[in-house]
Write a new protein. Structure first.
Length: 495
């Protein structure tokens, strides 16, 4: 109803255009390794180095045609890097190993038909793909693939970011790229990879750490439950409760955790910079419509034990719709909602103040949050150790990077003339990877042997059990037979 033109917009400075809608997905299970962001830096440096090589015409043969996936000039980096044959072939090899040679979804030549058109089942290859996606133009390129794919990509990307000390910079960069490629009429109005990723970050990282939604909304939901359970819906009560929700939320702008306020500040600054409005609509859409309001209508999103009865949910839906109108700066046109207009207009300036308050983090704080990863002297982990640990003894990650290295070295006349690339390749722990792979293979062989022995022992035990069972049955039959014979003897004696 709100998006179908059935509402009118009040003349107020609080808002400019409409905002996106959507509820957060279920909270994912955090499982990313610490230090993966250092791996991102390594991969991105390598990408830029490879891009220098590809700028020369003689290397055009290294590309494969994926232009249909990334067709716009804004995604030139993604087009080049995702088209590298070494990356293509490394993914194919990963699938062969994962599926034991049974690879499906490929063309007649046996090559991948597209990065997102073929599922990569090996977890370590998935990690590499996710790490590549952390570059903002790669992440924004997810907008060009089907919605089901970018939601999947958002889930995998947030899994990598969880636990990283550098979670804000890639999210901030993605926000900037998204705004730069948006228009005022469409900015943050529909689901996108950016909005999906920020929502997942808020619900799967910030909320478990701070509980800000539980603290803000929990008492309000319980108050509604205590007041209206087993009672019919009454509009006056609904408006009274809406006033309470609105006052509580607008009175606590600092309850929004700082990481979210940092991202909202960056969003607002970029909107203003691109002359797409004053940024309030985007800020309200990002926080209220995508994070707060879904939790109002479904409290179980922030507290799995908070299941409310239907009559309570009816009130919560009404409250959420009213708050949505406040965030959008719209007035419902339905006749039975005309009496809400005065309330909505009276709160317009308060909403504007709130949205400004949650998106005004100081520049010094922003700069500190956007700093690069710690150096080795500051406690950062050497890249070779990160690479070694991320491989987990499988050798898969090493094989991928070594494939790239060999292919690039073939085309450099003198690799020593390119110290940056030389430095990157020197960081690859080839010897350690080989040793780790050998250890992994030995461990796997040992586990298989142990498994076979366990199966053999189990079979032996099963045979023993079966043998004893048969012996017990024979003994039972024997006793039954003896019992019958004794009964016959007694019968004869009586006769």
């Amino acid at each position: 109803e709100e998006e179908g033109g059935d509402e009118e917009r009040p003349s107020s400075p609080a808002q400019e255009t409409g905002s996106p809608r959507g509820a957060p997905d279920p909270v994912p299970d955090p499982g990313a390794e610490q230090g993966l962001f250092a791996m991102v830096d390594f991969i991105m440096d390598l990408q830029l180095a490879v891009l220098d090589v590809l700028a020369q015409p003689k290397f055009a043969s290294m590309l494969t045609p994926y232009e249909e996936i990334y067709a716009t000039p804004a995604h030139e980096l993604a087009t080049f890097m995702m088209s590298l044959k070494p990356f293509d072939l490394a993914l194919l090899e990963a699938e062969k190993k994962a599926n034991k040679g049974q690879v499906e979804g490929h063309g007649s030549e046996g090559k991948l038909t597209g990065i997102y058109q073929s599922p990569i089942t090996h977890e370590h290859k998935l990690q590499i793909l996710e790490l590549l996606l952390l570059e903002p133009h790669f992440m924004y390129s997810m907008e060009k693939v089907p919605r089901t794919r970018y939601k999947e990509g958002a889930q995998r990307t947030i899994d990598v970011l969880i636990g990283s000390q550098q979670i804000l910079p890639p999210l901030a960069n993605l926000i900037k790229v998204t705004v730069q490629n948006s228009q005022q009429g469409t900015l943050m109005r529909t689901d996108s990879f950016c909005t999906t990723l920020i929502t997942k970050y808020a619900m799967s990282v910030i909320e478990p750490q701070t509980g800000f939604l539980r603290k803000l909304l929990g008492p309000l939901v319980r108050e509604v439950e205590a007041l209206v359970t087993n009672q019919p819906f009454e509009k006056d009560i609904a408006l009274f409760l809406t006033e309470k929700f609105t006052s509580q939320i607008l009175a606590q702008p600092m309850s929004v955790p700082e990481p979210l306020r940092i991202l909202l500040t960056i969003l607002k600054k970029e909107v203003v910079k691109c002359e797409l409005g004053n940024g309030r609509s985007a800020v309200g859409g990002m926080l209220l419509l995508r994070v707060v309001l879904p939790c109002v209508t479904m409290p179980s999103l922030f507290d799995s034990k908070m299941e409310v009865p239907n009559e309570v949910k009816q009130y919560l839906v009404f409250i959420s719709r009213m708050l949505q109108n406040l965030s959008n700066g719209t007035l419902p046109r339905a006749e039975d909602m005309q009496d809400t207009h005065d309330f909505l207009k009276s709160k317009s300036d308060d909403v504007a103040t709130y949205l400004d308050s949650i998106s005004c983090v100081e520049d010094a704080v922003l700069e500190k949050a956007m700093e690069g990863k710690a150096s080795k002297e500051e406690g950062g982990e050497p890249i070779s150790e990160v690479l070694l640990r991320c491989d987990k003894g499988t050798g898969i990650l090493g094989e991928f990077l070594m494939t790239v290295k060999v292919d690039i070295e073939k085309y450099y006349e003198n690799l020593a003339d390119y110290p940056k690339i030389q430095e990157l390749f020197n960081a690859i722990p080839e010897k350690e990877w080989a040793q780790e792979k050998e250890k992994g293979e030995k461990k796997e062989k040992k586990e298989k042997t142990k498994e076979r022995k366990t199966d053999k022992d189990k079979d032996s035990k099963d045979r023993d059990k079966e043998k004893k069972r048969k012996e017990r049955e024979k003994e039972k039959e024997k006793k039954e037979k003896e019992k019958k014979e004794r009964e016959k003897e007694k019968e004869k004696e009586k006769e």
